[in-house]
Write a protein that binds this ligand. Structure first.
Ligand SMILES: [Zn+2]
Length: 360
């Protein structure tokens, strides 16, 4: 039986570690793979594992300016920082190039029909054409989308960014490109990093209409996500008809995440994955795992996502997720979230209406 899903991984990815006390440690990858092994998936014929090699300088230029790549090299040598939260070193740059290499290997596999579903590790969506930051050095999501278009001849690639933070770097790289539809659903940027990517930001020039930002109210739960998928993401996906879907984002929309304020439970991540699978409509899927700032829930959330995106209904062990923060509401009245999400959905549709029949 041919494997139904491939997991691309290289052990040197562990060098992509920002160090003691930083929220992004590389043990997330090994923690997830330990759970993967513990569940017997290493020996499961539905899965295969594959290695990868580091990206080349030319690969990086698919999304970044030569000046930025040069600057990264210089800053790494003196162990400086790209931003206040993103210190870099030659090891971190090597790890970042390996993450890009993993994404490109995933892209090569889906483009050559070797695999229909590839999970890889990365999703560094805050790195833009000439800037890094937000724990991101090189934007593996945007580089992969560009490679699928420019090297593999794809005409319609869809990025579905499910990370709690907006995919600002990805959007800046791809803003003018109508062959890549970028949809990002994220915590209201007025309340969190990067403070960009609002409903009115819909792409530029020829790419206008091919970026959709869905800012989610604080503590949004499954209900809000469901409305967004039903009313925006799925209609867009049906009309666009992607040849490949790239999903990125990890566990940071979980309610116990330490850096964000969204409201998903572990079980909800499976539903999120299933919706992304539905949006793909049978097209191959590259599934990029990276974020999450509560190591206790991270492996289970990633596994629940994989269960949904792969359609394999994997067993996700029950765990203590902690208590969901309570939000006070007046009985009988709609919550603030209800008002906000309805307003957001209406605004996104209104802005995209000139470009999409599904919103007319
Ligand atoms: Zn994030």
């Amino acid at each position: 039986m041919a494997a139904r899903a491939t997991v691309v991984y290289h052990p040197d990815l562990l060098s992509l570690d920002f160090g003691e006390g930083h929220p992004l440690r590389s043990d997330r990858y090994s923690d997830f793979l330990s759970l993967f092994s513990k569940l017997g998936l290493d020996a499961d014929p539905r899965f295969e594992k594959a290695g990868c090699q580091a990206a080349s300088h030319d690969d990086l230029l698919l999304a970044h300016s030569p000046e930025y790549v040069l600057e990264v090299g210089k800053v790494a040598l003196r162990r400086g920082s790209l931003s206040i939260d993103t210190p870099i070193s030659p090891e971190i740059v090597q790890g970042s190039m390996l993450a890009v290499g993993g994404a490109l290997e995933a892209g090569r596999r889906v483009a050559s029909c070797e695999s229909r579903h590839v999970a890889c590790f990365g999703g560094f969506h805050h790195a833009g054409p000439d800037y890094g930051g937000g724990f991101c050095v090189f934007n593996d999501v945007a580089i992969l989308a560009r490679a699928l278009v420019r090297r593999h001849g794809k005409r319609r690639v869809m990025v579905i960014d499910t990370d709690a933070h907006a995919g600002d770097g990805t959007e800046d790289v791809l803003a003018q490109d109508p062959s890549v539809l970028v949809v990002s659903m994220h915590q209201d940027p007025t309340t969190i990093f990067p403070g960009k990517c609002f409903a009115q930001d819909i792409g530029l020039g020829e790419g206008r209409g091919f970026t959709a930002n869905i800012p989610l109210p604080l503590m949004s739960e499954l209900d809000e996500y469901q409305r967004c998928f039903q009313e925006i993401v799925l209609p867009l996906a049906r009309e666009f008809g992607p040849e490949v879907v790239i999903r990125n984002g990890g566990s940071d929309p979980h309610y116990a995440d330490e850096l964000t304020q969204l409201g998903l439970s572990v079980a909800d991540f499976k539903w999120l994955g299933m919706m992304v699978r539905e949006a793909a409509q049978g097209a191959p899927l590259v599934d990029m795992y990276g974020s999450g700032y509560n190591p206790r829930v991270l492996p289970s959330c990633w596994m629940a996502l994989l269960s949904g995106t792969s359609g394999m209904n994997l067993h996700v062990p029950r765990m203590d997720e902690g208590r969901r923060p309570e939000i006070a509401v007046t009985p009988g009245l709609a919550t603030q979230r209800d008002f906000e999400i309805l307003g957001t959905i209406a605004e996104v549709k209104k802005n995209l209406k000139p470009y999409w029949k599904c919103f007319q």
